[in-house]
Design a protein around this ligand. Structure first.
Ligand code: SAH
Ligand code: SF4
Ligand code: F3S
Length: 474
């Protein structure tokens, strides 16, 4: 009988992609995927370390498995991903019934490790070298990925896929654990990326999202030539079957004129740019070691407005970073008011062991102040996003349909018309009444109403669009 695996994934898109590949690999080794830990022979948690809260949730989920393991000692429990790399032996200490700890750079060893556990060789751990534990080359090698394995069935929709172009990060923002958990920044060879894009297109994928922690810093150099993100986009644009190309996450300092004009000139490139600002205060940005000032950020933002006037820009902010005063915080409010981001992810600062901030700066903003600033900033962001979305009422937007919305999922299986959900090329979420067969297609939707996160509309036929639609960017 085939073995059954359950996987739970938290964290960023990198983890979603890693889980997809782990599952592809395990299927090749005879596993089938099940929906609950109870049904599984092997339970895997793909974890995130970026904030303490994300880790505590995993430890508490692991706690709930203790009893299950006692009743069924043959069940294998594995912790993979960034928390596995960061905590290593600590995972076994905090949850002694865990059998397996695998860092994000060692996931290709997972089937072997599971076989060893099955063969009675006991608990297994595979992690990458830490950033001070060897030569640059050996550390980089220990953070390898195994991206070419793809499994469409693990993706939220078969028409959309992530494609990693960069591993790791070398920016070392003082608050961030990622350079430690994901290792040195490495651009993947363009030839690998292109062949993977072709495989995805053959599998029916129409939209790819290129992934990197600082994706626009992408560089690959061999004896023949150097490739940057702009030239990679030009090559990917030639792949038949791929209709939309997005890329996340961008680093403000590397948003060059050349990249923006490339996005403008390539019709398949989505005019959607996630460029986290993190703070609107120069003092805070300096303590974060982000490498830019607010005026540098604004200069970049104005470059985007000039070259890609129809683009949507989104951001991340951290509130309550070490030493953040009320005045500093108000500067973040003002930056949001000035840039009117499509959306912003707002996080309360969480001290991460091993980071520069944890060693040198005091986490001196009280919890309740962090919470209040979080709510205040979100309130401003959501109000502006709603105003901007309402301006889109009566326009027609092109949507790649992902499938039934949450409401649509609950609809009767026989129902002809269900609520569907999709996204514009500017990454705006759109819901409309349609049918399930539209999943994977591009359709035109006339916007009737809007909230801060969603446009609500009606599907339009192509003829109506060409006669009645006002020219309006999505
Ligand atoms: N590479 C991306 C972001 C990776 S982490 C970038 O540089 O933009 C995603 C987001 O989590 C960050 O943008 C930041 O806003 C937030 N974050 C990272 N470390 C954090 C910490 N210690 N506390 C709170 N938020 C944090
Ligand atoms: Fe973390 Fe900064 Fe790297 Fe982003 S750029 S992953 S915030 S260190
Ligand atoms: Fe979390 Fe690791 Fe991503 S720490 S945000 S899962 S790179």
């Amino acid at each position: 009988m085939s073995k059954r695996v359950f996987i739970h994934t938290v964290g960023c898109q990198m983890n979603v992609l890693d889980s997809e590949m782990v599952i592809a690999d395990l299927k090749r080794h005879g596993y089938t995927v099940v929906d609950s830990p109870k049904q599984a022979d092997c339970v895997l948690y793909n974890t995130c370390s970026v904030r303490e809260h994300a880790e505590e949730k995993v430890y508490s989920a692991l706690g709930k498995l203790r009893q299950m393991k006692e009743l069924d000692p043959g069940k294998t429990i594995g912790v993979m991903g960034c928390m596995a790399q960061k905590d290593q032996e600590i995972v076994f200490k905090r949850a002694p019934y865990v059998d397996l700890v695998v860092g994000p750079g060692q996931l290709h060893t997972l089937p072997d490790l599971l076989a060893k556990i099955e063969a009675g060789e006991g608990r297994q751990m595979a992690v990458s070298l830490s950033r001070t534990d060897g030569s640059q080359a050996s550390i980089a090698r220990s953070h390898e990925t195994f991206d070419p394995l793809r499994d469409p069935s693990m993706r939220p929709t078969p028409f959309q896929a992530y494609l990693r172009i960069q591993i790791g990060c070398d920016k070392f923002c003082t608050y961030c654990v990622v350079p430690n958990t994901r290792g040195p920044e490495q651009g993947r060879p363009p030839s690998q990326i292109l062949s993977e894009a072709r495989v995805l297109a053959e599998q029916g994928c129409r939209e790819i999202t290129l992934l990197g922690q600082t994706v626009n810093s992408y560089r690959f150099k061999d004896d023949e030539q150097a490739t940057d993100l702009a030239s990679l986009l030009e090559e990917l644009h030639e792949v038949d079957g791929i209709d939309r190309i997005k890329f996340v996450t961008n680093y403000p300092k590397d948003m060059t004129e050349r990249l923006l004009t490339t996005v403008r000139d390539l019709p398949k490139c989505a005019p959607y740019l996630h460029v986290p600002a993190q703070s609107g205060s120069d003092e805070v940005l300096k303590r974060m070691k982000r490498g830019y000032t607010v005026s540098d950020y604004m200069e970049m933002f104005e470059r985007i407005e000039r070259i890609l006037p129809e683009a949507s820009v989104s951001s991340d902010f951290i509130v309550g970073f070490c030493g953040e005063t009320e005045e500093d915080f108000q500067k973040s409010v003002r930056l949001i008011e000035r840039c009117r981001f499509k959306n912003s992810f707002i996080f309360q600062y969480s001290v991460r062991p091993g980071t520069t901030a944890s060693k040198r700066l005091e986490d001196d903003v009280p919890r309740e102040v962090k919470l209040r600033r979080n709510n205040d900033l979100l309130e401003v962001q959501d109000r502006l996003a709603k105003e901007d979305n309402l301006k889109r009422v009566n326009s027609v937007v092109e949507v790649l349909v992902e499938g039934p919305s949450k409401v649509g999922f609950k609809a009767d299986a026989e129902a002809q018309v269900v609520q569907m959900i999709g996204r514009t090329d500017c990454d705006r979420i759109v819901v409309f009444d349609g049918n399930r067969r539209q999943a994977g297609q591009f359709v035109n939707v006339k916007v009737d109403d809007a909230s801060c996160h969603t446009l609500i509309g009606r599907i339009q036929t192509v003829d109506v669009v060409s006669i009645a639609a006002p020219a309006f960017s999505s």
